[in-house]
Design a protein. Structure first.
Length: 221
């Protein structure tokens, strides 16, 4: 099955004004972004809130990556704000199927995020209930965290078991390793600092997408 691996700019900030600047910047070179939401409890850091996104009113398509405890408390707000997908962490709840049902109820797609230490078998049991699975290749919560290549073994395993599942990878991706990830048959790679903390974010995005495209083309032969 031929795939194209999409580079998805990931926006992470605690400053509402910076959020607006990042969104407007991304609108000039991307058509879809991920917005990271952190509550300071599930992960040590805290970021902007749903109300800040409402104020910015992004013109491009976006998904919310909720690195929060009790994600059910925020679903209505992100749906009203215009999220195309809400991605929640398996580790943030004892009732993932309930969260999946609640996200479906608010009318948006469901993504399941998986921390590096979470066993592959847990992911597999929920894969058919969600629209996508996002593997964290860093310990979440910070821009520029160390890439954990061992997570890629899980990507390979779930791709072999679920050939039609939308699979994403998030964390620590740079020009040096983007091809390694893209050739595994992933559908999207979320990239933060390697785009937004560069002198020319638009050019950095284009370079990463070009490298991913070449790797995908090689893997599809």
């Amino acid at each position: 099955m031929k795939r194209r691996c999409h580079i998805v700019p990931a926006i992470l900030t605690e400053d509402p004004e910076a959020l607006g600047n990042l969104v407007r910047q991304a609108e000039t070179f991307a058509d879809f972004v991920q917005v990271d939401i952190m509550d300071g409890r599930f992960v040590p850091s805290r970021s902007i809130a749903c109300s800040d996104l409402v104020a910015v009113s992004p013109k491009l398509r976006w998904e919310a990556h909720l690195m929060v405890r009790q994600p059910e408390e925020q679903l209505q707000c992100f749906a009203r704000a215009g999220a195309e997908k809400i991605v929640f962490h398996l580790e943030a709840t004892s009732s993932p199927l309930r969260i999946i049902r609640l996200i479906r109820h608010v009318g948006v797609k469901v993504g399941l995020a998986i921390n590096p230490e979470t066993p592959f078998t847990t992911t597999l049991s929920l894969a058919d209930s969600v629209d996508s699975v996002l593997f964290l290749t860093v310990h979440p919560g910070f821009y520029g965290a160390k890439f954990l290549p061992e997570v890629l073994d899980k990507v390979v395993e779930i791709r072999s078991r679920k050939p039609n599942l939308e699979i994403g990878v998030d964390g620590g991706i740079k020009e040096a390793n983007v091809a390694e990830v893209a050739k595994l048959g992933v559908d999207c790679i979320c990239v933060g600092s390697a785009i937004f903390v560069q002198p020319d974010p638009a050019e950095a995005f284009r370079r990463l997408q070009s490298l991913a495209d070449k790797a995908c083309a090689s893997g599809n032969r």
